[in-house]
Ligand binder design. Structure first.
Ligand SMILES: *Cc1c(COP(=O)(O)O)cnc(C)c1O
Length: 975
């Protein structure tokens, strides 16, 4: 055996720990030195001194636990997770346990090829997830019987609230009241109430069976089946509602619609719901994809994103996000909704569940559950219980008669079973895909309260067991008038991938069409596409986190509580705030919640006339959209030539609106990629007029460990955990947008009526689940635990270094639009491409599409300044990758120069024709004025590895003129 050299030996020390930070941070210490050299700097600290105003830098290191290795952090989190108890939950209320098909679990949910992609703004390199989303929409359209559907919303409760505001917007009857059936899930009612309040909408919670329509309403919300399981025929109600000009929304259980008449067939205008039970783990509340379906006439008012069919430059069908002009980033304060990040990854999983099972498979699952519920009810009747409601799908309400609720619950506890308690006289039981005969026996035992069962369970079950799966042979507890007769999931995609081999290849084929972080950097400014490490992702699919119902008793979720508390403490330390709410499940929702908190604060002080929200023109579209949802009036603030807030304009407007000033919303560092030195003064101006400062924390990746919003004057901020804190974007969700607040705002943080949390003075629930999308919080926990305070701070410094390195390498080719006082940018930079339009007729889009030929995703396009791109490399990209991207951009600049000199045609060139697909290149009649090599292999690394865009440039306008948002017949592809 070889002996080690003395030098190696002496460098070995006991107790040296493995550092995750060195793997999270892309550039090595040697590379950092080289990059600093290019910038003419001697150290990272010098860079920070020249970038972040002295006045706001923190003077002490972050007080966080010491960094743990991946192995140790996983072990520690496992220990915390094991404090959660996994009971069988028959609680229902819109959440059902289910089986994630293993092929989908491993190849989508646990697969970075799917979860690290961004929202499909660059549609040509996102055809895979766009197809999966189109399948999702098709599934929703067919199951609900409505005409159009979007590509997911955040949860059922917020989807219902969105339905309310859509109805409010389009109803012509001028009413100000919204009827909500008392049979809706309680968390849905609460979120709708929270949303209605600041808009001055009155919510009438009542009994749909005797509502007399004696008060004008613009809309109504019904639950189908009702929260206690009862199936009502809503036709009469809907008829009456339509007579008074009101729109009706039906919140429907997606699985029940395989057996029940869909809402679209009995007159509903909108259907919303949760698709969680299609293969997505409970996860203590999320993430799950909500759906939203409606009539085509409302397509311009639909919240969220819609995938639509269009065609590419060769006339081939191609997908992209449709009707983009509806969305908040264009319509701003006139937007119909503030939704940005939604639940794409979970929508993809739900759609694949339908692809995996097909119509027959899903109907079989629904049939099984229904028959088990029948069986359960029969047994309980034999035990002397009354089942309320003649008709049900999977949920029954059991009348306890003279039995004691306490005894029933004690017996359930022994069996580790959760039931739903309605009141001390009745409980609910909701069955799901995982329910077995054994579960029924256990439930009967509970209700027998120690007595022997009066029937032979095995025999009783035996008779019926034979029939399970053959649902026609048993009487259904579904009224004839509501039995589904129409077909669904008839498209080939739901019928041809039922062997695992076929499905695996389909999933892989779609994945291969998309460009994710597994291919190359995605330098989207403001989106912070950093590493989502595997160690961070692993806990997400642990059963201890996944198999827990959001309304399980707190005694069973101690592990979650420990994790929440630690994460809240860490985030409070990082932001310099006193308290954190983990409820909002996207940045947009954090903005909304934070502004509501501010509103509530003013109201509490008798200042509810404060309704003006100042927002700089450079703000993200979600800001004005959120302000309007809170009933605030948006007053825009100008930006100066350096891209900073025009402080004089701010002063004027704050003075002018002094009496009504509610808040300023400000992004820091600004969306222009600069640390404004005046931020402290800006906060003071607002405070001096009695306003509060809301900081949009999307750019927190430039602050962690270096400065804290709580210190420099903000009162509340949200954090996009799917940006700064490593939750992957999932192709457009999930995300988490917790808010952090100063102590004077803490009493107003979100509360929840089902799981008691927050204070009496809280704003109510803003999400269906008390801690939002709980099951992805371990990702951020792992990140902070593995980085420690020092690692996080180093990451921020390197994020700023990477951005400055790129800015410096590119500035001779593309002007950097804004810089700070010392000539440095923050963690991102804007490259100005506007002059190229004049000099070469080149648009930003041409460069974005040409980057695809080089194997890259474009930076953020035309935001916050039209005609520019915003580049954000993050700390996770190595110098080699930054150089590769810069080389691509420089090479493209040379291609543009050839147009400028007239050497190359201005219309027919590599940029205008980009991206180039293999199909267009491998043709017998190549007749373009450039070579195929120039088109497809313009850089040396492409010979090593080439990502091929699957379609050519997509015609966006065509798709909006010919709106289609469900799967095309196969014949469309054969032409
Ligand atoms: C991403 C972003 C948002 C919206 O956050 P979501 O999580 O997508 O809802 C808001 N503001 C800025 C500046 C952002 O970059």
């Amino acid at each position: 055996m070889a002996t080690s050299s003395p030098s190696t030996k002496s460098s070995l020390q006991v107790g040296q720990t493995d550092s995750f930070a060195t793997r999270h941070i892309g550039p090595s210490p040697e590379e950092i030195k080289q990059m600093l050299e290019l910038l003419g700097l001697s150290s990272l600290d010098e860079l920070i001194e020249k970038t972040i105003p002295q006045a706001i830098r923190i003077s002490r290191p972050l007080q966080l636990p010491t960094a743990q290795s991946e192995y140790t952090a996983l072990a520690n989190l496992k220990e915390i997770a094991s404090k959660n108890q996994i009971f069988r939950s028959f609680i229902g209320m819109g959440y059902s346990d289910c089986i994630t098909p293993p092929v989908i679990l491993r190849n989508i949910l646990e697969n970075p090829g799917w979860y690290t992609a961004y929202t499909p703004y660059q549609a040509e390199i996102a055809q895979g997830r766009l197809e999966a989303l189109l399948n999702f929409q098709t599934m929703i359209i067919e199951l609900t019987g409505l005409e159009i559907a979007n590509a997911s919303l955040l949860d059922e409760a917020t989807a219902a609230a969105e339905a309310m505001t859509l109805s409010y917007g389009v109803s012509k009857n001028k009413a100000k009241a919204f009827f909500v059936s008392q049979d809706c899930h309680p968390q849905t009612i609460e979120v709708v109430q929270t949303r209605a309040y600041p808009l001055g909408i009155e919510v009438i919670v009542g009994n749909h069976e005797n509502f007399a329509f004696d008060q004008p309403i613009f809309g109504a919300l019904l639950q189908y089946p009702a929260t206690d399981g009862t199936i009502y025929d809503y036709r009469k109600f809907i008829e009456q509602a339509h007579k008074v000009g009101a729109l009706v929304t039906v919140a429907a259980d997606i699985l029940s619609l395989t057996l029940l008449t869909p809402p679209g067939e009995f007159g509903a205008d909108i259907a919303v719901g949760n698709t969680q039970r299609f293969g997505v783990p409970l996860g203590y509340g999320g993430p799950h994809a909500a759906y939203f379906a409606t009539k085509e006439e409302f397509k311009r008012q639909v919240p969220g994103r819609i995938v639509g069919v269009s065609k590419d430059a060769n006339g081939k069908p191609a997908l992209r996000l449709a009707l983009q002009t509806r969305e908040q980033h264009i319509r701003r304060e006139k937007a119909t909704s503030n939704i940005c990040t939604a639940q794409v990854l979970l929508a993809v999983i739900a759609s694949m569940y339908a692809v995996y099972h097909g119509a027959a498979g899903i109907k079989r699952i629904a049939g099984n559950i229904h028959q088990l519920t029948n069986l359960l009810a029969e047994g309980l009747k034999q035990l002397g219980y009354k089942i309320t409601g003649e008709y049900f799908f999977d949920t029954i309400r059991v009348d306890l008669g003279s039995r004691s609720l306490t005894e029933i619950l004690q017996a359930a506890e022994v069996q580790q079973i959760n039931l739903r308690v309605f009141d001390d006289k009745s409980v609910g039981i909701s069955l799901d895909e995982t329910t077995t005969i054994k579960d029924l026996q256990d439930i009967w035992q509970i209700f027998a309260l120690g007595e022997d069962l009066p029937f032979n369970a095995a025999e009783f079950v035996g008779v019926i067991h034979e029939c399970v799966g053959v649902i026609h042979e048993l009487p259904l507890h579904i009224p004839n008038s509501l039995t589904r007769n129409s077909n669904y999931l008839t498209h080939p995609v739901f019928n041809q991938y039922h062997s695992e081999t076929e499905l695996l290849r389909y999933l892989h084929r779609l994945q291969a069409k998309d460009l994710s972080l597994t291919t190359s950097m995605i330098p989207l400014g403001s989106c912070t596409m950093k590493l989502n490490s595997t160690a961070e992702m692993i806990p997400v699919t642990w059963a201890e986190f996944g198999k827990i119902h959001p309304f399980a008793p707190l005694s069973q979720t101690r592990g979650y509580q420990v994790m929440f508390q630690q994460l809240e403490e860490w985030l409070a330390e990082i932001t310099g705030f006193a308290a954190v709410s983990l409820q909002p499940n996207a940045g947009s929702q954090g903005e909304y919640a934070g502004l509501l908190v501010i509103r509530e604060y003013h109201e509490n002080r008798g200042e509810n006339h404060r309704n003006v929200c100042l927002i700089p023109q450079s703000a993200h579209g979600t800001n004005p959209a959120s302000a309007v949802m809170c009933g605030l009036k948006v007053v825009p603030i100008n930006c100066d030539e350096q891209g900073n807030i025009d402080v004089a304009d701010l002063k004027n407007k704050a003075e002018k609106h002094s009496k009504e000033l509610a808040a300023l919303m400000v992004t820091y560092p600004s969306t222009h990629g600069v640390f404004e030195s005046e931020i402290k003064d800006i906060c003071e101006i607002v405070h001096s007029h009695g306003g509060q400062v809301y900081m949009d924390g999307a750019n927190m990746n430039a602050q962690v460990g270096l400065c804290r919003p709580g210190d420099f004057g903000a009162d509340v901020c949200h954090l996009n955990l799917h940006k700064t804190f490593c939750i992957p974007h999932g192709g457009g969700g999930p995300g988490m947008g917790p808010i952090a607040v100063s102590s004077h705002l803490a009493p107003f943080l979100p509360s929840h009526s089902v799981v008691k949390m927050g204070e009496q003075t809280g704003i109510g629930a803003v999400s269906a689940a008390p801690w939002g999308s709980s099951s992805i919080l371990p990702i951020s926990w792992m990140y902070i635990a593995m980085m420690g305070g020092e690692g996080l701070t180093e990451a921020t410094k390197v994020a700023i270094l990477n951005a400055n390195y790129m800015a410096r390498r590119l500035q001779d080719y593309y002007p950097v639009l804004y810089k700070g006082n010392n000539g440095f940018v923050a963690h991102e930079c804007i490259l100005d491409l506007r002059s190229l339009k004049k000099s070469a007729a080149i648009e930003v889009d041409d460069i974005a599409k040409r980057l695809m030929d080089y194997g890259f995703h474009a930076p953020t396009v035309s935001w916050p300044v039209a005609g520019t791109v915003m580049v954000e490399p993050t700390e996770s990209e190595s110098k080699a990758e930054l150089d590769r991207f810069c080389d691509a951009m420089i090479a493209i600049r040379q291609e543009i120069a050839e147009i400028e000199t007239g050497k190359v045609d201005a219309e027919n060139n590599v940029l205008k024709n980009a991206p180039h697909t293999a199909e267009t290149l491998i043709t017998d009649d190549w007749n373009r004025p450039y070579s195929r090599t120039q088109a497809a292999y313009p850089a040396p690394w492409l010979k090593e590895y080439k990502y091929w865009p699957p379609v050519s440039r997509i015609d966006n306008a065509f798709g909006d003129r010919n709106f289609v948002c469900s799967c095309l017949p196969m014949s469309a592809y054969n032409e």
